[in-house]
Unconditional design. Structure first.
Length: 256
C-alpha cells in the first residue's frame, strides 16, 4: 500500500469523524412554572431537581439532545402550548389543563408521587378529613394561589385567609404558631421542614388535601422527544440514578 493511499485513507477517516462530530445537538426547552424547592433551589446556579432531571435526560439521549431549563409563569406556559411552541413541561398533571391541551399533548408516566399537604403547628395539630374540618381556622396562603374546595369557605368567612409571598414564609408562619394551617405541595413542605430543621414544630395531617402524580408534558409533534422521556418515566420507579436524585431532596423511598 503506497504512502499516498494511506494518507488518503487517514484524511477520509478524519473528514468523516469531523462530519459526525459536527452533527448539531438538538436543544430542547424544558419549561417549568414550579420555581420553588426542591424543583428550583437557585436559578442562577442552576440547582434543584428540575436541573438535575434536565441533565439526566440529556445524558440519556447519548449526546443527541440537550435539555435546557426555562422558568416561566403558568400563564406563559399556557401561551406557549396554545401557540404550538416546541418544548416540554415538567411536574405537571393533565387535570390542571383544559381539554384542548389534554388531547393535543402527550403525557408521560408519573415520575413523582406528590400531594397537597395540610400542615399545622405541632402544638395545635390539625387532621384534615374534608374542607369543613378547617372551618374556624386561620389559613396562611401563598399570594395568588387558589385552593380547591377551600376558597369557597374563605369567601363565606368560615376560614380566615392570610397571604404571604412565598412557600418558605408559609412554613415559617406555621412553625411559629402564628397561624393554624397551610396547604402546599408536600415535596416543597418536606424540603423546607428538613432544611430549616422544623420537624419538631410542624405536624403533617395524615390525610392530604389532594393527591396527584407529577408527569412530563410533551407536544404531540415532538414524538422522538416523547419516546426518550417516556422510556425514562415508565421505568423511573426502579431507575437507580433517578431514585438517588430523589433521595438527595428527601423524596425517595422514605418520602412521607
Amino acid at each position: 500500500m503506497g504512502k499516498g493511499f494511506r494518507s488518503f485513507v487517514i484524511f477520509t477517516f478524519l473528514l468523516c469523524a469531523l462530519k459526525v462530530s459536527a452533527e448539531p445537538v438538538e436543544i430542547v426547552p424544558v419549561w417549568t412554572y414550579h420555581a420553588t424547592p426542591p424543583f428550583v433551589i437557585d436559578a442562577e446556579k442552576k440547582t434543584g431537581l428540575s436541573f438535575d432531571l434536565a441533565k439526566l435526560l440529556s445524558e440519556r439521549s447519548n449526546g443527541a439532545k440537550e435539555f435546557h431549563v426555562e422558568i416561566l409563569p403558568r400563564v406563559r406556559l399556557n401561551e406557549r402550548l396554545e401557540t404550538g411552541a416546541q418544548g416540554i413541561a415538567l411536574w405537571v398533571n393533565s387535570a390542571w389543563f383544559d381539554n384542548e391541551i389534554k388531547v393535543e399533548c402527550l403525557w408521560s408516566s408519573g415520575i413523582l408521587r406528590d400531594k397537597n399537604a395540610v400542615i399545622s403547628p405541632i402544638a395545635r395539630p390539625v387532621e384534615y378529613k374534608e374542607p369543613s374540618s378547617l372551618i374556624g381556622k386561620r389559613l396562611v396562603a401563598v399570594l395568588g394561589h387558589q385552593y380547591q374546595y377551600i376558597d369557597e369557605l374563605v369567601n363565606s368567612g368560615d376560614i380566615t385567609r392570610l397571604d404571604v409571598t412565598s412557600h418558605k414564609a408559609a412554613v415559617l408562619s406555621i412553625a411559629s404558631g402564628h397561624t393554624d394551617i397551610s396547604i402546599l405541595a408536600n415535596s416543597t413542605a418536606v424540603y423546607y421542614v428538613e432544611q430549616l430543621e422544623l420537624s419538631d414544630k410542624i405536624h403533617f395531617s395524615h390525610y392530604p388535601h389532594t393527591r396527584f402524580q407529577r408527569r412530563i408534558l410533551v407536544p404531540s409533534e415532538m414524538q422522538d422527544v416523547f419516546e426518550l422521556v417516556e422510556e425514562f418515566a415508565s421505568g423511573s420507579a426502579v431507575d437507580a440514578q433517578w431514585q438517588t436524585l430523589l433521595d438527595k431532596y428527601n423524596l425517595g423511598s422514605d418520602y412521607r
